[in-house]
Design a protein around this ligand. Structure first.
Ligand SMILES: *[C@@H]1O[C@H](CO)[C@@H](O)[C@H](O)[C@H]1NC(C)=O
Ligand SMILES: *[C@@H]1O[C@H](CO)[C@@H](O)[C@H](O)[C@H]1NC(C)=O
Ligand SMILES: *[C@@H]1O[C@H](CO)[C@@H](O)[C@H](O)[C@H]1NC(C)=O
Length: 722
């Protein structure tokens, strides 16, 4: 967003975008693990003297997903107020003065940073029968202000459609400090996350604070505004870590961002107590527990910080996880932390008395059976904010609070619409009217407006694909996912238009036969099978299955999987680890390949490097491009700050089949996968769930926080091998 960006760069970017989608308008649908259940809102509780459910207040409005809040200081709040009054309706004067909250929101299909001004009508209220039903009703005169709309106006979609995170205000300026992913570092497996400063006031210029080629997360501004601390990957880059990012705490002056000092090796989520004291979290390499640490910086009169003079001390003991610390500049006694304690399945916010080394419960008393994320302190230390799932109240995104079946996202490519589906492995009928997907368990079919949803198979099925000629015939694989070569998975076809949906088994023997995709002439089905001891690709008769004829398409001691037959019949795309086969995640690089159905023309399309992942390829309707999920853009936030994602690096990309025009389509800290490319352009409007069989708030906290030490040296999840 630097104003100095050359038009040439923009032009190049435009050319890239255009070349990635030469085709007619179409739509990509994909899955984000758990996201349709998040319904996050920001809440607050007083920290003392009495903590009871009656005092919890929901601060955000129950629209979309709202998280990672920040309370500006009183002086920051008053200048923000005058800014809001200049740009929108003047805020009615009230006594006491209104409160200001800054937070991240995903409304309107993109992430933005919002500022809410509101009058807290009743922070202490009469006892209420159901504390969890406290709500935004107590917030009056709310004014909302999207903070990043000025720089966005007239600028390219590469800014609006990208991720924004961890907002705060720089000292007594009108500069918003935040993370954004709008600049491509130009190398695979590099995070696009960098810290920026944008003036909210007139002019609205943006500065990049992170050096090019590096990635920074979790920025924290010191109380005076002089210093900024970040969790940084430095020049080392991302090595595939998911549980513990292995970042360092880097400190720099806000006026001199290019002069960076490493204050602490291995640490994340910094927060300032004063201009020389930082708290941060780190996973102990000795006992495996994530704990909060303190770093006291040496006198910096010379302007330089020498790492060896930084005093680092572990504050919270082993035996449970304590992380995401938040300090208040006016109360040096307490910091707020998130905890996961053995015996509790939930993440809670607690206060930690730094001097006495004692914890005070905060959220467990109010909502024991909910996860509470990423605390932040009110400037005077009297309240703590956090986000949690609001439940079925408010607006789940759909009308009447129901979750969304299809959530429309702003797409960086004008001719391709993007939808997040509440399900996995979607695929479209050839006429583009119906969608099949799986619920893990269950195979479902619905019309694309969400109507007529029904379960056609109750068991464990994964991967779906429609027959091009025989109406209503859907292929899938039945059996356990992410299993070994010899596990009992078979390819079946199901005629979803016949009563009782008769199931026809096309493979036998259960040698992990999966990922069926039909040829456009209706004669063949390509699938992967572990029958030789390795997962390779085979083609069989579409109607009779392997009884009617089978031939091997690929062969080798590696894994070829997730195959997709192009609509023009010329190519089969698949994911393969042949460049570096092996079970160990560091070895198992998955790349996208294409091959002609007659076995000629094998070509690698996308490879993100050793240990890299590019999976789930799916052809565009014109067969010229491929959508896929990949770690190309690494991770975009500290994974511990979110619910569980096996592969938080997963983003949806598209590329031409010759490997050119690699284009990032999704930007978030979640796990995006299983894209399908629908044949029709679908109006960018959300579609609500009409038949909902799951609860909102049904998602997992980071699995690796439920136990500690035994997982310390365990490498990343193996699910990617599917
Ligand atoms: C708001 O408007 C007044 C009067 O036009 C101006 O003096 C002031 O600088 C503006 N404040 C901000 C923060 O833009
Ligand atoms: C910090 O907050 C606690 C709890 O509200 C309070 O008891 C204590 O006096 C405060 N300390 C300071 C220095 O403000
Ligand atoms: C294999 O298929 C491709 C694409 O249809 C075709 O161009 C090529 O000539 C075929 N090769 C052989 C040996 O049949």
């Amino acid at each position: 967003m630097k104003k100095t960006q050359t038009p040439l760069l923009l032009l190049l970017l435009l050319l890239l975008l255009i070349s990635a989608v030469a085709g007619l308008p179409s739509t990509i649908y994909f899955t984000t693990l758990g996201r349709s259940r998040y319904t996050f809102d920001i809440f607050t509780l007083p920290i003392l003297p009495t903590i009871n459910g009656q005092d919890e207040v929901q601060l955000t409005d129950g629209q979309s997903v709202n998280y990672n809040g920040h309370f500006p200081s009183p002086s920051q709040s008053s200048s923000l107020l005058s800014l809001v009054s200049n740009h929108t309706i003047p805020y009615p004067s009230s006594s006491p003065p209104p409160h200001v909250l800054i937070y991240v929101t995903e409304r309107h299909g993109t992430t933005n940073i919002y500022l809410d001004v509101y009058t807290p009508k009743t922070f202490t209220t009469k006892p209420h029968k159901n504390p969890s039903r406290r709500s935004a009703l107590e917030i009056t005169n709310r004014v909302q202000f999207p903070l990043l709309d000025h720089p966005v106006k007239g600028s390219s979609s590469t800014f609006t459609t990208t991720m924004k995170d961890r907002p705060s205000i720089l000292g007594d300026t009108d500069e918003l400090i935040y993370v954004s992913t709008h600049e491509d570092p130009g190398r695979p497996r590099r995070s696009w996350a960098a810290v920026y400063s944008t003036r909210i006031g007139p002019g609205g210029e943006t500065r990049r604070l992170t050096p090019r080629g590096q990635a920074d997360f979790s920025p924290a501004v010191s109380p005076s505004g002089e210093w900024i601390a970040v969790a940084s990957e430095g020049e080392r880059g991302w090595g595939g870590e998911v549980e513990d990012l292995n970042t360092d705490i880097i400190v720099f002056r806000s006026s001199e961002p290019e002069k960076r000092f490493r204050a602490v090796r291995h640490g994340g989520w910094p927060t300032w107590l004063d201009d020389s004291t930082l708290y941060f979290h780190r996973r102990s390499s000795v006992d495996g527990w994530v704990s909060v640490y303190r770093a006291v910086l040496p006198n910096r009169r010379g302007g330089e910080i020498r790492e060896r003079l930084v005093k680092v001390e572990r504050l919270t003991p082993p035996g449970f996880h304590a992380f995401a610390p938040a300090a208040s500049p006016t109360n040096k006694t307490f910091i707020a932390v998130a905890t996961r304690r053995p015996g509790s399945a939930f993440r809670h916010i607690e206060l930690f008395d730094v001097d006495r080394r004692r914890f005070v419960e905060v959220t467990r008393i109010v909502s024991p059976n909910a996860h509470h994320y990423n605390p932040f302190m009110f400037h005077d230390g009297s309240r703590v904010g956090y986000h949690k799932c609001r439940g079925s109240e408010g607006d789940g995104g759909g009308k009447n609070g129901s979750p969304l079946f299809l959530e429309s996202l702003e797409s960086p490519i004008p001719s391709v619409n993007l939808f997040r589906i509440d399900g996995s492995f979607p695929s479209f009928s050839p006429d583009g009217e119906r969608i099949a997907y799986v619920g893990l368990p269950g195979l479902y079919v619905a019309n694309r407006d969400g109507s007529g949803k029904r379960e056609v198979f109750p068991g464990l099925a994964f991967a779906t694909g429609w027959d091009w000629k025989r109406k209503g015939v859907v292929y899938t694989s039945i059996g356990p996912v992410f299993a070994t070569e010899q596990s009992g998975v078979d390819v079946v076809s199901i005629n979803v238009d016949e009563p009782g949906a008769p199931i026809k088994k096309l493979t036998t023997g259960g040698h992990n036969n999966a990922f069926p995709s039909a040829s456009p002439d209706g004669k063949w089905v390509v699938f992967r099978s572990g029958r030789s001891g390795h997962k390779n690709l085979y083609i069989m008769d579409a109607i009779e299955g392997e009884k009617g004829g089978i031939r091997r398409l690929t062969e080798g001691p590696w894994t070829d999987t997730m195959c997709n037959w192009s609509p023009d019949g010329e190519w089969i795309a698949f994911a393969s680890d042949r460049d570096k086969p092996g079970d160990k995640p560091a070895a198992g690089s998955f790349a996208i390949y294409i091959i002609h159905p007659n076995g000629t023309g094998l070509r690698r399309v996308v490879y993100t490097g050793e240990g890299g992942k590019a999976n789930h390829p799916w052809f565009s309707p014109d067969s010229k491009s491929i959508a896929f999920t990949t770690d190309y853009a690494a991770v975009s936030a500290e994974p511990i700050a979110n619910p569980h994602h096996y592969q938080p690096y997963g983003d949806i990309f598209a590329a031409n089949i010759d490997g050119s025009g690699i284009t990032r389509l999704t930007h978030n800290a979640y796990e995006d996968g299983t894209p399908t490319w629908g044949p029709k352009y679908m109006k960018p409007t959300d579609v609500a769930e009409q038949l909902n069989d799951k609860e909102t708030c049904e998602f997992d906290d980071c699995h690796w926080l439920s136990e500690a030490s035994k997982q310390v040296n365990q490498v990343q999840d193996k699910r990617v091998c599917a």
